[in-house]
Design a protein around this ligand. Structure first.
Ligand code: BTN
Length: 264
């Protein structure tokens, strides 16, 4: 297990990672981060664990990750975002994580809406944001990040869907180096969000996505909608040309059906 000292060594950030809490085993780093964020923890505080007994994925799923092979951590943010900008935060995190992976490996990382990162069409990292709103203002956001780093075998139900940096790159990745790169990238992109506006993230995310003009289906809470992706709305929603007309979606589970449909 990593110590906070080893994780911080060589870290070039100003605020992110100033406080790092490490756990061998925890239920979920997001749960811990939320508890800390609800009382006193500073922005940039990190909670990292080798093993989660109840790692959480999006849409109520479980996040599975072997201990000693991956990165599972959460970071506390206190952004001054208005409610319309909240859906841009996952896109910012996705871009930052993609950049960090690319700087550490020679892999090309793609963004899949809303917060998956793919290498060669398989998932290498997932992001789970959980926030708290008080008096109509965003009190904090916990950004949970799981990266499949050196894991080479996945559960049966993830076969063909999940992969790791090691599997795709053919060599082991130093988790410490990747962790530092992730924090640097998250902080750098966060500063840009704060200084130049939240919409600066849209072109960066779009440049990393191959979803535009593709036929997809999105399932959310039991209902499925199909259509062709035409872009992102200024608030980070997915714009879909569907048989029922143009729709902007803000949540859901996307399956890319793989057919290119040129713009009319
Ligand atoms: C997803 O792709 O569904 C999101 C996965 C997010 C997993 C990370 S691992 C660290 C943090 N703690 C959690 O319980 N979940 C996130």
């Amino acid at each position: 297990m990593y110590t906070a000292q080893a994780l911080r060594q060589g870290l070039k950030t100003q605020r992110f990672g100033n406080k790092i809490f490490t756990f061998d085993t925890i239920d979920s780093t997001n749960n811990c981060a939320r508890a800390l964020a609800g009382c006193w923890a500073d922005e940039g505080t990190v909670i990292i664990a080798e093993q989660q007994t109840a790692g959480k994925g999006r849409l109520g799923r479980v996040w599975q990750a072997n201990p000693n092979e991956n990165l599972t951590f959460s970071i506390i943010l206190r952004p001054t975002a208005n409610p319309e900008q909240v859906n841009l935060l996952p896109l910012y995190v996705a871009v930052a994580v993609a950049q960090a992976i690319e700087r550490t490996t020679s892999l090309k990382v793609e963004c899949k809406w809303p917060n998956d990162l793919l290498v060669n069409n398989r998932k290498v990292a997932g992001i789970l944001l959980e926030g708290s709103v008080k008096d109509n203002t965003l009190e904090y956001v916990v950004v949970g990040i799981g990266v499949n780093v050196n894991q080479v075998a996945f559960a049966h139900d993830l076969e063909g869907k999940a992969t790791s940096l090691r599997l795709e790159g053919g060599k082991e990745v130093d988790r410490l180096v990747l962790f530092r790169e992730l924090l640097s990238s998250l902080e750098k992109n966060y500063k840009t969000l704060s200084s130049s506006g939240f919409n600066t993230v849209l072109p960066l995310w779009l440049a990393r996505s191959s979803m535009i003009n593709r036929q997809i289906s999105v399932s959310e809470r039991g209902s499925v909608i199909s259509g062709v992706v035409r872009g992102l709305s200024p608030e980070g929603g997915l714009i879909l040309d569907s048989p029922q007309g143009a729709k902007t979606l803000f949540a859901g589970d996307v399956t890319i059906l793989g057919i290119d449909v040129p713009a009319a």
